[in-house]
Structures are given as structure tokens and as C-alpha cells.
Design a binder for this molecule. Structure first.
Ligand SMILES: [Zn+2]
Length: 221
């Protein structure tokens, strides 16, 4: 369960006097996180919300962070990611910037990465790479390459088979007084034994059947 289908926001919302485009997956300050009702299950076996609904867990039974959906309210936080919109974009193959359909060819959906340093680059990179950034459409890929200096080492990868493999989030456990405390963050694969004490905030997919592609050549076509 991951809620209703997206409203298409193309072109992306803009912010500030310069009209900076705000990606679909970026959270806004007016979108409030709600952990007030996070508590321990009555049988003591894990986390739950006291007012939990089926929409609070994914198809694997993992509990997810709650964040309002009010894109455009307040100021955007470009360093963070909205849990529901990130998951929706990855599952439905939506562009992470404009929420339109991500680019897809016979080589698969388009993902942008920073090129890993030779030290960490496995011989078969990016086959099997784990990824939390949703795909993009060609139009938004072109804009990103033009405007984002940190993308100079960008490599474009197409994956025919992106598969959900787990979640990123926080482990919680009760302290001496019984209050829940976030202990550490990290990724867990689906089926992990500590899953009942985990609050997810991003989906992790594994990219299979990958091809590194020449984005400039694709854009020129
Ligand atoms: Zn787009």
C-alpha cells in the first residue's frame, strides 16, 4: 500500500525570486513530520502508530515515516527527500523532478549517478547497484546537467529491471523510561529480522540488466 496515484506536477514547482525548480521528491517546510503517535505494539514485538492505518506500511509490512503532503507550502529542503513521493516515484517509474513518466527505452529506465571513484568501482558496476534516487525524464536530465555543477561526474545508466530490495530509515528502541529513541540509521533488506523496530523513510531498489549510456548522444537525437 502506498497511497493514491500522483498528481502530475510538470513543470516542477518553482521557488524563490530566481524561480529555482523544486524536484517532486523534495520536501517543503510546511510538510510536517508526525512521530507523535509512534509507539510500541501492545505485545512488545515492535513499532506501530497508535492510530495506524494500512497505508502506514508497505507491501512487506515495513512501517513508514509520516510526512504531510503539501508541496509548495513553506520553503523546500533540497537536502532531504519526501518519503512518500520518493517511494511513489521509484515504484511507478516517475521522474524525480517533474513527476512525469521517466525516460524508458529498450535499454530500460534512465537513472543518473555520480561516477564512483576507481577504488570503489566494481568490475561490473553498475550491475546490481543499490539506488535511492528515482529515475528521470530526458527533459529533466538535460536541465540537471546544465544547472547542477556537482553533476559534472554524472554517468547515465539505464536499467531494464529495477527491483525494490529494502528500505533506508531509523532503528528505534525504548529507553529506560519506555520512551522510543532513534538509535541509528541505515539500510535493511526486506525480510531483515530487526524490521519490526525499523521506521522507513526511503525505498532502496537494486538495478539489474544495466547499460551505461551516452546521455549527450541521446539528448542530441
Ligand atoms: Zn522530468
Amino acid at each position: 500500500m502506498y497511497g493514491h496515484s500522483p498528481k502530475l506536477l510538470a513543470p516542477p514547482l518553482a521557488w524563490g525570486s530566481k524561480g529555482i525548480p523544486v524536484p517532486y521528491i523534495t520536501p517543503w517546510s510546511g510538510e510536517r513530520i508526525s512521530v507523535r503517535t509512534l509507539t510500541v505494539r501492545r505485545d512488545g514485538t515492535g513499532l506501530c502508530y497508535s492510530d495506524e492505518t494500512p497505508a502506514d506500511r508497505d507491501a512487506h509490512g515495513v512501517l513508514w515515516s509520516r510526512l504531510d503532503e503539501a508541496p509548495g507550502r513553506g520553503t523546500p529542503n533540497f537536502r532531504s527527500v519526501h518519503p512518500l513521493r520518493q517511494r511513489r516515484a521509484l515504484l511507478e517509474k516517475l521522474c524525480q523532478v517533474c513527476a512525469g513518466p521517466a525516460s524508458r527505452t529498450d535499454r530500460g529506465w534512465l537513472f543518473l549517478f555520480r561516477r564512483p571513484t576507481p577504488v570503489v568501482e566494481a568490475w561490473d558496476w553498475p550491475e546490481g547497484v543499490h539506488c535511492m534516487k528515482p529515475p528521470v525524464c530526458l527533459g529533466c536530465a538535460a536541465i540537471a546537467l546544465r544547472h547542477c555543477p556537482h553533476l559534472t561526474r554524472t554517468v547515465a545508466v539505464r536499467s531494464r529491471k529495477p527491483r525494490p530490495r529494502g528500505v533506508f530509515g531509523d532503528f528505534y528502541s525504548p529507553d529506560a523510561t519506555g520512551s522510543l529513541v532513534a538509535r541509528s540509521d541505515g539500510c535493511i533488506p526486506y525480510g531483515h529480522r530487526d524490521r519490526p523496530w525499523f521506521l522507513a523513510s526511503q525505498l532502496v531498489v537494486e538495478l539489474r540488466r544495466c547499460t551505461v549510456v551516452d546521455l549527450d548522444a541521446e539528448l542530441a537525437r
